[in-house]
Write a protein that binds this ligand. Structure first.
Ligand SMILES: *Cc1c(COP(=O)(O)O)cnc(C)c1O
Length: 356
């Protein structure tokens, strides 16, 4: 039985993308060669890279001021690479601490400059997005995590900031329309909403670079990768290809507007059930609920254990909450069909009838 995959990451990909990727592994474009055994400098792969870059430019409505990079090292390497490339010793960057990933970004950035945490929701176990904060004029940049994968909160507004905004969009990239030009730098590990693990998308405004005094190793300098179009060294060929296919699928399914419409419908279906069901409650404040990672708690430990088993029996997998929240987390990224969300909702309803 095909499972309903609610994994937080690596996560569900469109079925058609998986089929096409499988085909490319055995025979890419009828070349008689696998995608995995051709040069990253071949015409065939260059075309893949060019389409991937063009799709990011189109989806995020970027202009020539921006460069699109596909790097390795995960979003976690961007935690330090951003600060290393953008912040001098003695300069200050501002961070909003909205969860585990944000706090890891803060820890790494502190290696390279002064980090001021100007907003935090740590006091309530990151169950909300803090509001009403100001970015001071001396900030070199503001760092935010647009969607908090573990806690299930998401920004539904863009902070006001004169300083460029650096955003970790690992778990909500391409889930809704955004104007990339509102950001100084965007990064996203592919494995949540874009492709397989192994590649990280970076979008950077070029005029922010080249301003730090420190010596940067070539591989950790964005300018190296910009100059070589992400081909300075061997890039993660397969993850880039699958990400390119996913962006093709996004464009064929209404683009980011289309993604948002269906993502809202899916999230509402599930949150409505959480709010109506006597056995469960949401784990975050309502106004900051994530459309990607839906976190909820069972009202008793017995129900928690029993529901975990009922969901599993219905083929709903990977819904266990992160240990720092407990309960459940249903990740319903772009590729998650609404039919699978409906299956989970039906299990919840059925569970309440028997237990509630
Ligand atoms: C998963 C995740 C990360 C870490 O990504 P890696 O690619 O494993 O380093 C960082 N930020 C957010 C928001 C995430 O969801």
């Amino acid at each position: 039985m095909k499972k309903h995959n609610f994994s937080p990451g690596p996560a569900i990909l469109p079925a058609s993308v998986l089929e096409e990727a499988a085909q490319a592994v055995s025979d890419f474009n009828g070349m008689g060669l696998s995608l995995l055994e051709i040069s990253h400098r071949s015409a065939a792969f260059t075309a893949v890279m060019e389409e991937a870059v063009a799709s990011v430019n189109e989806l995020l409505d970027l202009d020539d001021d921006y460069s699109v990079l596909f790097l390795s090292g995960g979003a976690s390497s961007q935690f330090f690479m951003t600060a290393m490339n953008l912040l001098n010793e003695g300069e200050t960057a501002c961070y909003a601490d909205t969860g585990t990933w944000a706090s890891k970004a803060i820890k790494e950035a502190k290696l390279f400059g002064t980090i001021e945490v100007i907003a935090s929701s740590k006091d309530k176990n990151y169950s909300y997005i803090p509001r009403g904060w100001k970015v001071p004029a001396y900030a070199k940049y503001l760092h935010i995590t647009t969607n908090n994968t573990i806690f299930g909160t998401q920004y539904h507004w863009l902070p006001e900031s004169d300083a460029p905004i650096v955003a970790d969009m690992s778990s909500d990239i391409f889930s809704r329309p955004i104007d990339g030009k509102n950001f100084g730098l965007i990064y996203a590990g592919a494995q949540k909403n874009l492709g397989p693990s192994g590649v990280t998308l970076v979008v950077v405004k070029k005029d922010l670079l080249g301003k730090v005094n420190r010596v940067l190793p070539s591989m950790l300098n964005y300018q190296t990768h910009i100059a070589e179009n992400s081909l300075y060294n061997t890039p993660p060929v397969f993850p880039i290809y699958v990400s390119m296919l996913t962006m093709r699928w996004i464009k064929a399914n209404g683009g980011l507007e289309g993604m948002e419409v269906i993502n809202r419908r899916k999230a509402q279906l599930l949150y409505d059930e959480i709010d109506a069901n006597p056995c469960f409650e949401g784990a975050t404040v309502k106004e900051d609920r994530s459309l990607m990672n839906v976190t909820f708690l069972a009202k008793t430990p017995e129900w928690e254990a029993a529901f975990a088993s009922a969901a599993k029996d219905a083929g709903c997998v990977e819904i266990k909450g992160h240990r720092s929240v407990g309960g459940f987390r249903a990740s319903i990224y772009n590729a998650m069909p609404i039919e699978s969300v409906q299956v989970l909702v039906d299990v919840m309803r059925d569970f309440a009838q028997k237990n509630g």
